[in-house]
Ligand binder design. Structure first.
Ligand SMILES: [Ca+2]
Length: 106
């Protein structure tokens, strides 16, 4: 059983390395700041700011929550566009019982 497991893992590694050998390198556009109103959506100094899109208010468009690193706040930006390109408005930090909800380590 252990030998079969090693064989399967070996096939997976071989398959992944073969896929990478033929893959084209990704091409990215120049970075742009994310804007809410007139303000740039903040990124913390750690470099681990994590934007997540979802329909958080249930109106059918994508809103954004931005998590920060290690006891940082979670910012909420509501998409206020009627249609087309999103337009984000800062709605403040996520809170529970009047206190900011913060992220854990990692
Ligand atoms: Ca929405």
């Amino acid at each position: 059983m252990k030998l079969m497991h090693i064989f399967i893992v070996g096939l997976m590694i071989l398959g992944l390395s073969t896929m990478n050998a033929f893959a084209e390198p990704p091409v990215f556009n120049a970075p742009v700041d994310l804007i809410a109103g007139e303000e740039t959506i903040p990124a913390d100094e750690s470099g681990y700011t994590v934007p997540n899109l979802g329909d958080w208010d249930g109106d059918g468009d994508l809103d954004m929550m931005v998590g920060t690193f290690w006891e940082g706040p979670i910012y909420y930006y509501q998409n206020i566009a009627e249609e087309g390109e999103p337009v984000f408005e800062a709605m403040g930090n996520l809170q529970a019982d009047g206190e900011n909800i913060t992220t854990n380590f990692g």
